[in-house]
Design a protein around this ligand. Sequence first.
Ligand code: DNO
Length: 351
Amino acid sequence: MKMSFRWYGDSDPVSLDYIRQIPGVEQIVSAVYDVPVGEVWPVANIQALKAKIESRGLKLEVIESVPVHEDIKLGKPTRDRLIENYCQSLRNLAQCGIKVVCYNFMPVFDWTRTTLEKELPDGSTTLAFDMETVNKIDPSEGIQLPGWDASYKPEELKLLLAEYSKVDEEKLWSHLEYFLHRVIPVAREVGIKMAIHPDDPPRPIFGLPRIVKNRNDLARLLAIEDTPANGLTLCSGSLGGDFYNDIAAMVREFAGQGRIHFAHLRNVKVNEAGDFYETGHRSQDGSLDMAEIMRAYYQAGYDGYVRPDHGRMIWGETGKPGYGLYDRALGAVYLNGLWEGIAKAETAKST
Ligand code: DNO
């Protein structure tokens, strides 16, 4: 596996100079942040990002994310031009040596939490989600949560939500199919693996449909274009927000088929209702058996990209919720340690 670390560009308080000091991290996952959603990413911008990362001895092979314009998710007539732009961005990314593109198909809101600073018994703070709180929020009032696109004005958001009232789950699936039938052949041709990120949390919120939530959704998605270019970002924490999702089983199934291209690894403490908070990365910290998940990757022969996903805020660090340096660095080291231990044990078994 290839250990990576997410970096939000020059404005990120966690610098490349810090990231390069984390043992075992060789790859940066980033994006071009100054091109509006729906426009083509110019080669020059991608090259500049890559050059900056390489100047620190790190590599850029994974993009997270190339965002999908809402008109595509809504199935509007403007989608054809936007999809063509998306394809052109993929061609440009391939030209710069990018191998994997992460994206999601969540209407309006990316990942959503109801608390950014839940205090844990050890004094660290973490992100949490609880359904009852979300049900009381009026999203059009423009509340600030981590994955929300702050660029919407309240009136725009109201309009957008009204447009989605006509899009149920099956409609959204048909819009995803339309997108994939056009984008995947281009990705395939230029040698890029598309890797959809599951919905976080894995259930509808604010009355908006969400369709990438569990094993059956992932299988359905992969069948739309049955080729490795149409693959997954298997996010343990997002899918782990449903108590009934068996992450290790999904890894065995889909990594076994060569369809996982990017692994997001983090732990959550979740209850049967699907309320959760994010914990340290270890198996002992949360509900997911991280060692078993890593073993599933190892046994499936996974050699793709991995990153420690969100971390808690520890040691007084402040910054982008979920994306501080310290706890994610601990996560990277822990995951590498698990991998090394599993690899040694498996090799000993087979000799
Ligand atoms: C949250 C991330 C998501 C992810 C996008 C991918 O921390 O995992 O924001 O980047 O959903 O498109």
